[in-house]
Ligand binder design. Structure first.
Ligand SMILES: Nc1ncnc2c1ncn2[C@@H]1O[C@H](COP(=O)(O)OP(=O)(O)O)[C@@H](O)[C@H]1O
Ligand SMILES: CCCC(=O)OP(=O)(O)O
Length: 359
C-alpha cells in the first residue's frame, strides 16, 4: 500500500525536506543557509518560522496537499538522552525541546512536523535523534563529575550509513566495528562497536574537531577567563562555540565547498584552515580505535563535506593504515526517516512515548 511521508530535517547550515511514497523519494530539496542569512535572526522563533515557511512553500510548489500526507517524520533534537528508535512527537517532547539550554536547528524539526501533522490530521514522529545515548560507562567519565560526557551527534545519519555499509558487505550492523565520521555543519566521529555508538565527540558545544560553524575542543581555561572578563555576554560566548566558531570564525563563511575550492588552488588562509581541519578529523578518527580495541572493520566518511574529494582524499591518506575508508557523500537521513515512517504506517513498529522513557 502506498504511503505519503513528509520528511523534515533542519541542520545548522541547511533545511532538507522531502516527500516519499513509501521508500521511494518523490520530491526533495536542500536549502543551504549562509552565515549572513542566519545572522539576521535574533530570536529562536523567528528562525523556526522561517524554516517552517520553507517547508510549506516546498509542499505548495510540489502541489502536495497536507491532507495527502500519511505521516510527518522529523529529525529529533536536543531533548534528554534516549535510546535509539522512533518516538511520537507529543507535548512532553515539544516541552523539552523548547526548554533545552543547548540550541540547535534540530530542536525545531519536531515542532514544525507537529504543526504540519496537526493540519493534515496525521501523526508526527522523530527517529534516532541527536541525543541517542549508547556511551560506554568508561567514556562518560570526563575528568570532572560535574561535567560528564554526553552523547550529542549525528545519530540518525551515522547509524543509517553504518547499516547501508553493513548491507553492502552482507553483514549485520551488530557484528561490525566501525568508525563513522559525519562532516556536516557540525562534525562527529563515532566508534560503533557491534551496533552501539560507545564513544563519540560531543559534536555541538563539547569536543572534537572544529567544523564549518563550531569551535570543537578549545582550551577551556582560556574560554572561562574570556567568559568572566566582562567583554562578552553569555550569548556571545556560546555563539563562539556554535554558529560563529570554526571556519566561520577564521574565514567568515560556513560554506566548506567554497573554502575547499580555494584551498585546492593554494589560497593560503583557506589552505591553512582546511589543513587544520583535516589534521583534527584524522586525530579524532585515530582516537576512536581505542574504544574498538584496535580492531576496525572500516572507516566511513559521510555528510555534506564528504562531497569534497580533495578533502576526503587528504583525510584518507592520514587514516588508511587503520582500515579501509569508504565515502558516503551527503546523508542517508531523509531516507532513514522515510523508512521509519513506513515501518510505523505498516505497523512494523510502534512509536515510543518520550515521556515514559527511562534512562
Ligand atoms: N559538493 C560539496 N563539496 C564540499 N562541501 C560541500 C558540498 N556540498 C555541501 N558541502 C558543505 O557541507 C557542509 C554542510 O553539510 P551538511 O551535512 O549538509 O550540513 P548540515 O549540518 O547543515 O545538515 C557545508 O559547509 C557545505 O558547504
Ligand atoms: C547537534 C549534533 C548534530 C549536528 O551537529 O547537526 P548539523 O551538522 O546538521 O548541524
Amino acid at each position: 500500500m502506498s504511503h505519503k511521508i513528509l520528511v523534515i530535517n533542519p541542520g545548522s547550515t541547511s533545511t532538507k525536506v522531502a516527500v516519499y511514497d513509501g521508500e521511494n523519494e518523490l520530491y526533495t530539496q536542500t536549502l543551504r543557509h549562509s552565515t549572513e542569512e542566519l545572522n539576521k535572526f535574533q530570536e529562536e522563533d523567528e528562525q523556526l518560522n522561517f524554516r517552517k515557511q520553507k517547508v510549506i512553500e516546498f509542499l505548495k510548489e510540489k502541489s502536495v496537499a497536507l491532507s495527502d500526507l500519511d505521516i510527518v517524520m522529523a529529525r529529533g533534537g536536543l531533548s534528554k538522552p534516549i535510546e535509539s528508535g522512533v518516538y511520537l512527537v507529543d507535548e512532553d517532547l515539544l516541552h523539552d525541546l523548547k526548554e533545552t539550554p543547548r540550541k540547535h536547528a534540530s530542536n525545531w524539526a519536531a515542532k514544525i512536523a507537529f504543526d504540519i501533522a496537526q493540519e493534515g490530521n496525521v501523526q508526527a514522529c522523530i527517529a534516532d535523534p541527536v541525543v541517542v545515548d549508547e556511551l560506554s560507562d568508561v567514556a562518560r567519565i570526563s575528568g570532572h563529575p560535574k561535567f560528564p560526557k554526553v552523547s550529542v551527534f549525528h545519530a540518525l545519519n551515522q547509524k543509517a550509513v553504518a547499516r547501508s555499509y553493513a548491507k553492502k558487505i552482507n553483514k549485520s550492523y551488530d557484528e561490525l566495528r566501525l568508525i563513522v565520521v559525519h562532516l556536516g555543519g557540525g562534525i562527529s566521529v563515532g566508534a560503533h562497536l557491534l551496533g552501539k555508538v560507545v564513544d563519540v565527540n560531543q559534536a555541538l558545544d563539547g569536543s572534537g574537531p572544529f567544523s564549518p560553524e563550531r569551535s570543537g575542543s578549545l582550551p577551556v581555561g582560556d574560554v572561562i577567563r574570556a567568559a568572566f572578563s566582562g567583554a562578552y555576554t553569555q550569548e556571545e560566548m556560546i555563539s563562539m562555540l556554535v554558529g560563529k566558531g570554526g571556519m566561520t570564525a577564521y574565514l567568515g563563511t560556513n560554506d566548506a565547498k567554497e573554502i575547499e575550492d580555494k584551498a585546492k588552488v593554494g589560497e593560503e588562509e583557506e589552505l591553512a584552515v582546511m589543513e587544520a581541519l583535516i589534521y583534527q578529523v584524522a586525530k579524532e578518527i585515530c582516537s576512536m580505535t581505542v574504544p574498538l580495541e584496535n580492531k576496525v572493520d572500516a572507516i566511513l566518511i559521510t555528510g555534506g563535506m564528504a562531497y569534497g574529494k580533495w578533502l576526503t582524499d587528504k583525510i584518507t591518506e592520514k587514516v588508511a593504515h587503520i582500515a579501509d575508508v569508504e565515502i558516503f557523500p551527503g546523508e542517508d537521513e531523509m531516507w532513514a526517516l522515510a523508512l521509519n515512517g513506513n515501518r510505523v504506517l505498516n505497523n512494523e513498529t510502534t512509536p515510543k512515548r518520550y515521556g515514559s522513557t527511562e534512562f
